[in-house]
Structure formats: structure tokens, C-alpha cells
Design a protein around this ligand. Structure first.
Ligand code: PMP
Length: 362
């Protein structure tokens, strides 16, 4: 435990220490079975309880009722980029996309490959420093859905509103901010997230969708690419990524224990404010990438005066047990990912270091 660092990686990312310890304690003998969760049949009663509790806790945290279902799918959020248009952009209808960053653009590209993508708005010309505003959205009134990426992991921007689509089903990639704050999730028809940021290890993608939206999938799609295969079979048509789902369940239970999404949102806002204040009060030494009204609570992106100083910052940060602060190659600079499991003390340690580094190098 003393050897653990503050891990600011964007994903796979830091997990709650309590969850890791619990997992360790249960590893050799899960629930009196004499086996680890990785060795138990996915048709056993022990696994069934884990699976169903994870689903129920996610729905409870999101304040969703019986009209929503939770699915567990493999292939990462990237497979969802392809499955979404396959399942929904059918019968001549297109998928309408807001391009707010790399992953939003990758999602659109998969629709384009299928010949069914259109663009409602883009912030590319602004280096993805902002999330398009409601007034910028030219939503196709005949679209099958509007697809948005709620938090843009690489650029460090996040929606601070839920787009009004005038009745078009809203689909959101929430890979990097799922379960980080309460929202009126009933406004979304379909939400998905790769688990490896806020939810657990890589290997499972969580889909939360309105049941009526996913009950009919095109019959000509392969079985594993149809959402209704998962919804009809409780995500147990084939062997699910049982260990990942178990971990996601543990994280969801941990979130409930903390007091739910409003408590997390408050903590996350405090952590983000600490970092953004350090940037804003640095006399221009640190420069944030995102425009202020689009700033992410999860991924804080910023630059230093030169690339040499950025490299020096990353190297020296490591000596302070501050890891994973290098920005994505497409933006450069620094990025601190401060998901649910990053404690306030970790962010404080980073901002203390930032101030110390600035004083020594300005
Ligand atoms: N969407 C977002 C917002 C992401 O941050 C990522 C991963 N960094 C992805 C999609 C792709 O996820 P995966 O690697 O699970 O396919």
C-alpha cells in the first residue's frame, strides 16, 4: 500500500483501494465456493448474484426504473461505435453525430463506413477546445438518433447540458464520465461506457438503454452484434467477462457506500476546481486546453511554456509519486485524469507540485 502512487492515467485508471483490497481478500475463496470468481461457472448461483447485483446497483445509482436495462458487452466502447449504427441507423434513417473530439469522430467514422453517418455539429476547427452548444446543433429531424460523446477524454471537455433533440433518441458515449455525477438519465435512450476509467478493469462495456429502444434488432446482423441478444438473455447468451463484471459490481457498491452520484459529483467538482484554479492562478505558466465553459470534471488538460518544461514536469512529477500525467499525443502537454477513485489528496499533491515546479522554473 505504501508503494502505491497517485495514478492520473486516462484509462486503465486508478481504482478505489478498498475495492482492490476486497478483491484480494476474496481471490482464493469467493463466497465460500472454494474458488475464485474467475474460476466459477457463469451459470452458477454465486455468479448469478454478482451479475444481477451489478446491474441493479448501476440502475439504482442512475435513478433509472424498469423501463431501462443494463447490458454487458465485450469489444470496448470502440465496438459500440460500430454496433450503434448497425442496430439503429436502419430503414433508410441516418445516425446524426456531434464531433467534439477523437472518440466522437471515431464513432462517426464507423457510421460513415456503413454509409449512414451525418454530422450535426463539430468543434474540430477550434481544436476541440469546446463542446458544441445547443444553438450550434443542426439536428437532422429524420435521424435515427443523435450521438454525442459526453466527456472528451483526450481534449478534456465535457457537456454541461443535455442536448434537446426534439424527440430524436439521444445516444451518449460516457466512457470517461459514467457514474461521475447525477444527470437526468431518462433523457437518454442509450448510454455506453468502456469500464476501464470510472467503472472497473478493461474488458467489459456497460450499456444502459431504454428497453423499448433495444428490443428489436435487425435479423440480418450476426447474433453477437445484436443488442436484443444481450437484452433477451440477461447478457448471458455466451460466457460474459465475469471477472470484469464482478469488479464493476464492486465499484458500483463502493459508489453507493460513498453516498451515490451526488456525493461523487461534489467531490469531483472540488478536485477539478483545485486543478483549474492552479492553472488559472499561474500567471499564464500553465495554459488550459479547454474553453472554460466546456471544461471536464474528469480529464484536466494543460500546457506548459515549452515542450522541454513539459518533459521535465512529467519526469519530476514521477519522483513525487504522481504518475500518468502525460497528455495524449494529439494534444500534447499534460493531462490529469481525476476519476471517481482519485482522492482529493492526490489532486492536492499534484497542485502543490505544480506550484513548486512553477516557482522553480518561471
Ligand atoms: N470513448 C471514449 C470517450 C474514450 O475515452 C475511449 C477510450 N479511451 C473510447 C471511447 C474507446 O474505448 P475502448 O478502448 O474501450 O474501445
Amino acid at each position: 500500500e505504501a508503494n502505491r502512487v497517485y495514478n492520473f492515467n486516462p484509462g486503465p485508471a486508478t481504482l478505489p483501494l478498498e475495492v482492490l483490497k476486497e478483491t484480494q481478500a476474496e481471490l482464493l475463496n469467493f463466497s465460500g465456493s472454494g474458488m475464485s470468481i474467475m474460476e466459477i461457472s457463469h451459470r452458477s448461483k454465486e455468479y448469478d448474484a454478482v451479475h444481477n447485483k451489478a446491474k441493479a446497483d448501476i440502475k439504482e445509482l442512475m435513478g433509472l426504473g424498469d423501463d431501462y436495462d443494463v447490458l454487458f458487452i465485450q469489444g470496448g466502447a470502440s465496438l459500440q461505435f460500430a454496433m450503434v449504427p448497425m442496430n439503429f441507423a436502419i430503414n433508410g434513417k441516418k445516425g446524426n453525430y456531434v464531433l467534439s473530439g477523437s472518440f466522437a469522430s471515431k464513432a462517426y467514422k464507423e457510421a460513415e463506413i456503413q454509409g449512414v453517418g451525418t454530422v450535426a455539429a463539430s468543434s474540430k476547427e477550434n481544436d476541440f477546445r469546446n463542446v458544441p452548444k445547443q444553438g450550434d446543433l443542426k439536428i437532422d429531424p429524420n435521424a435515427a438518433y443523435l450521438h454525442i460523446c459526453y466527456n472528451n477524454t483526450i481534449y478534456g471537455t465535457e457537456y454541461h447540458y443535455i442536448p434537446d433533440t426534439n424527440g430524436i433518441p439521444l445516444i451518449a458515449d460516457m466512457s470517461s464520465d459514467m457514474l461521475s455525477r447525477p444527470l437526468d438519465f431518462n433523457k437518454f435512450s442509450f448510454i455506453y461506457a468502456g469500464a476501464q476509467k470510472n467503472l472497473g478493469p478493461a474488458g467489459v462495456t456497460i450499456v444502459v438503454a431504454r428497453k423499448s429502444f433495444i428490443e428489436n434488432s435487425p435479423e440480418n446482423l450476426p447474433t453477437m452484434l445484436r443488442y436484443n441478444t444481450y437484452s433477451k438473455k440477461n447478457s448471458l447468451y455466451n460466457t460474459p467477462p465475469a471477472f470484469c463484471i464482478y469488479m464493476v459490481g464492486k465499484v458500483a457498491a463502493w459508489l453507493k457506500k460513498q453516498g451515490g452520484l451526488s456525493v461523487l459529483a461534489e467531490r469531483n467538482a472540488k478536485k477539478a476546481a483545485l486543478l483549474y484554479d492552479a492553472i488559472d492562478n499561474s500567471n499564464g505558466f500553465y495554459k488550459g486546453h479547454a474553453e472554460k465553459d466546456s471544461r471536464s470534471f474528469m480529464n484536466v488538460t494543460f500546457r506548459l511554456p515549452t515542450e522541454e518544461l513539459e518533459a521535465k514536469f512529467i519526469a519530476e512529477a514521477k519522483e513525487h509519486k504522481l504518475c500518468g500525467v502525460k497528455g495524449h499525443r494529439s494534444v500534447g502537454g499534460l493531462r490529469a485524469s481525476i476519476y471517481n477513485a482519485m482522492p482529493y489528496e492526490g489532486v492536492k499533491c499534484l497542485t502543490d507540485f505544480m506550484e513548486q515546479f512553477r516557482t522553480a522554473n518561471k
